[in-house]
Design a protein around this ligand. Structure first.
Ligand SMILES: Nc1nc2c(ncn2[C@@H]2O[C@H](COP(=O)(O)OP(=O)(O)O)[C@@H](O)[C@H]2O)c(=O)[nH]1
Ligand SMILES: [Mg+2]
Length: 196
């Protein structure tokens, strides 16, 4: 049932400032390192390969991209962090863009923080989580690219990632945008937040 709702998702708008977004009923947002797979996850959720542009060059998405699952029900793909080659000015821009997004969206139901299973938890991932906690913004951790972890190392990797992120392993969603692992469960969780 969920799947068909997501299948009719549409690209809604792309803006360079949170202030340019319209009011909406409910939204969830994806945040994480550049290249963690935010765009791939949007595509996997919606069962479409080319809905969100996927880039092999990290740091390309500098805009807020909004996908509408249903009228007024959004998934928001936020610009990625941690791309080494950006200037201090660009990092500041990123920070003020995210800060203004987080503080201005009254329809924001939850942030999904994406972490790369292969790279592990980075200092910036931990900073992001600490920041969301301090602001009292509801969040979920999604570990993507679990297809890159070999089966024998999976349990160990889950344990150490959970420790790094200071959460219980069962509170983390383990997914692969590439293979489709965990995507149905993620749809269900997003449906709940968006009241689809
Ligand atoms: N192995 C693997 N690669 C993935 C997965 N998800 C995304 N990728 C790859 O990671 C790269 C970055 O993906 P993208 O969606 O553009 O990341 P974004 O910068 O966070 O939007 C691309 O080359 C994707 O094909 C996954 O679940 N498994
Ligand atoms: Mg992207």
């Amino acid at each position: 049932m969920n799947k068909s709702i997501f299948n009719t998702a549409q690209f809604h708008v792309c803006v360079d400032s949170a202030h340019k977004l319209d009011d909406t009923q409910a939204e969830v947002a994806f945040v994480g390192r550049s290249n963690v797979g935010k765009s791939s996850l949007v595509n996997a959720l919606c069962g479409r390969r080319l809905l969100a542009k996927i880039s092999k060059t990290p740091g390309k998405t500098r805009t807020i991209n909004v996908f509408s699952i249903r009228y007024g029900k959004w998934i928001v793909d936020l610009p990625g962090y941690g791309f080494a080659a950006v200037s201090v000015k660009e990092k500041d821009n990123w920070k003020s863009m995210i800060e203004s997004y987080l503080s201005s969206r009254s329809s924001l139901k939850a942030i999904f923080v994406l972490v790369d299973a292969h790279v592990g938890a980075t200092a910036l991932d931990r900073q992001m989580l600490a920041w969301l906690k301090s602001k009292g913004i509801p969040y979920r951790i999604v570990v993507n690219k679990i297809d890159r972890i070999t089966q024998v190392n999976l349990a160990e990797q889950r344990q150490s990632l959970a420790l790094d992120l200071e959460v219980m392993p069962e509170h983390i969603l383990w997914v692969s945008a590439k293979k489709g692992t965990g995507i149905a469960e993620l749809r269900t969780i997003i449906s709940g937040f968006l009241a689809l």
